[in-house]
Design a binder for this molecule. Structure first.
Ligand code: NAD
Ligand code: UGA
Length: 458
């Protein structure tokens, strides 16, 4: 089979894998290769057991793998062959040196850029798919123009807005696709080429273009706004608990204002995930670098309130359970940072587990998809922890249940059976407000939702 063009994606993670699988699915005329430095990850992408759990992903990969979608570790060959290269490597928070704990660690993309430069034998379009600090494209261009040859690279910014758990739907029907480019003839030509690829399945009115810096910044701003919304609703939960207001009723009344909308108003134990915190802290770092301290402080507050929310949840458990958790068994319902994913990066459950273990509680962790990651996250931490997939078995003999993740299955459990198997008085701390609190109370539980008055038998 001859293909119209060869596309390469460097980085076979949560973004690179699903995104390129969708492009391959919708554009059979292109050969799409995804490479990674991690051979184990590539082997999993080539197996029946994909490295990430994402509803609908199996179907898309099965339909395309070996047809026009290939997973490989041959980075050099991939670069030589490709006309378009997506860069989808990780951009975590820097853990060392200047900007540690705030700035993005750019070593992965820089290594990638240097590899592209080293192995390229022809001109290429380079697409920033990872989330980068604004003006990363400038640094990339500097690297690409650091040797004298006839090879030309056009750098585009095409940030990814998918959310885990709904990635396939988000990719198939995106709210928008954003493509930023240089406003030079070759920059605009490269941009149009990428527009055409997406236009294979995305309505043109949803494909928007902008200057490259706006595109890079828009991704950070979108995540900052999303996290801010959750922090905002969460910031009212303590007040609700003190005043007998109900956060669900408050969120409904607020969200029915069409100017505000009703999405992302679910109060919780705190937001998690690999990106919100790192992207906001990266924005904060950028602002400070430009001496914009008021703006930096404003956005840092969104992260601070989230840290407080997680700590507040632990302190609520402690005070409800008579100010001691020592030797009490607490069952965590869910460990993933949200439902429908096995991903636990920055999951509130990690922080909460550590804090409960500090209080000498024993933990039993249950989750339908995230137990392997949970074991890795808590590896080497002092304290008693067991991992049990079945929620009935997990809660058997426990003093309390704390809901960490809004998995659908938890809503329809037989809580009478669970109550009978638990130590009394039995407690439920619903960190996601997904359970029927009145019913749980009637069964006999002491129920502590988020942002609502507790229902207790004492
Ligand atoms: P990830 O850690 O799952 O995947 C990144 C992959 O890149 C890893 O498999 C790693 O081995 C590989 N890699 C690193 N350096 C490499 C190199 N030099 N050559 C080849 N492979 C290399 O990360 P992710 O969650 O897919 O996120 C990637 C980027 O996308 C980040 O910038 C993130 O902010 C952004 N993003 C993530 C999501 C999400 O839902 N996870 C959504 C939108 C945007
Ligand atoms: C988020 C954004 O939604 C994506 O658009 C973006 O592409 C992505 O980050 C990224 O850049 O990585 P994701 O983190 O996968 O996606 O998941 P979200 O649905 O945004 O949830 C983030 C966290 O907020 C989860 O812990 C979730 O449980 C929590 N959340 C979400 C709430 O507590 N309340 C809500 O109302 C919504």
């Amino acid at each position: 089979m001859t293909f119209k063009k060869n596309m390469l994606c460097i980085g076979a993670g949560y973004v690179g894998g699903p995104t390129m699988a969708m492009i391959a699915y919708k554009c059979p005329q292109y050969k799409v290769t995804v490479v990674d430095i991690n051979p184990a990850r590539i082997a999993e992408w080539n197996s029946d057991d994909l490295p990430i759990y994402e509803p609908g992903l199996d179907k898309v990969v099965k339909a395309t793998r070996g047809r026009n979608l290939f997973f490989s570790t041959e980075i050099e060959h991939g670069i030589k062959e490709a006309e378009i290269i997506f860069v989808s490597v990780n951009t975590p928070i820097k853990t060392f040196g200047a900007g540690a704990g705030m700035a993005a660690d750019l070593q992965y993309w820089e290594k990638t850029a240097r590899q592209i430069l080293k192995y390229s034998e022809s001109s290429k379009i380079i697409v920033e798919k990872s989330t980068f600090p604004v003006r990363t494209a400038f640094a990339m261009e500097r690297i690409f123009s650091s040797t004298e040859n006839d090879i030309h690279f056009d750098v585009l910014s095409n940030p990814e807005f998918l959310a885990e758990g709904t990635a396939i739907k988000d990719l198939e029907e995106p709210d928008r696709v954003l493509i930023g480019s240089r406003e030079t003839p070759s920059g605009l030509k490269a941009r149009d080429e990428l527009v055409e690829i997406y236009a294979s399945w995305v309505p043109k009115k949803r494909i928007i273009t902008s200057n490259i810096w706006s595109s890079e910044l828009s991704k950070l701003v979108a995540n900052a706004f999303l996290a801010q919304r959750i922090s905002s609703i969460n910031s009212f939960t303590a007040l609700c608990e003190k005043t007998e207001a109900d956060i669900t009723e408050v969120a409904r009344a607020t969200g029915m204002d069409s100017r505000l909308g009703n999405k992302f108003l679910n109060s919780s134990v705190g937001w998690g995930g690999s990106c919100f915190k790192k992207d906001i802290l990266n924005l904060v770092y950028l602002c400070r670098n430009y001496n914009l301290s008021k703006e930096a402080d404003y956005w840092e507050g969104v992260v601070r309130i989230n840290e407080y929310q997680k700590e507040r949840f632990v302190l609520n458990i402690l005070s409800a359970m008579f100010n001691t958790l020592a030797s009490k068994k607490i069952c965590l319902f869910g460990f993933a940072f949200k439902a429908n994913t096995g991903d636990t990066r920055e999951s509130p459950a990690i922080f909460i587990s550590k804090r409960l273990l500090d209080e000498k509680a024993e933990l039993v962790i249950t989750d339908p998809k995230a137990l392997d990651n949970a074991m890795t996250d808590l590896d080497g931490i002092d304290g008693k922890i067991s991992y049990i997939e079945d929620p009935y078995e997990a809660s058997d003999g426990c003093d309390a249940i704390a809901v960490m993740t809004e998995w659908e299955i938890y809503k329809s459990l037989d809580f009478e059976k669970i109550y009978r198997s638990m130590v009394k008085p039995a407690f439920i701390f619903d960190g996601r407000n997904i359970l029927d609190h009145k019913r749980l109370f009637d069964i006999g539980f002491n129920v502590f939702p988020i942002g609502k008055p507790p229902l207790t038998h004492y």
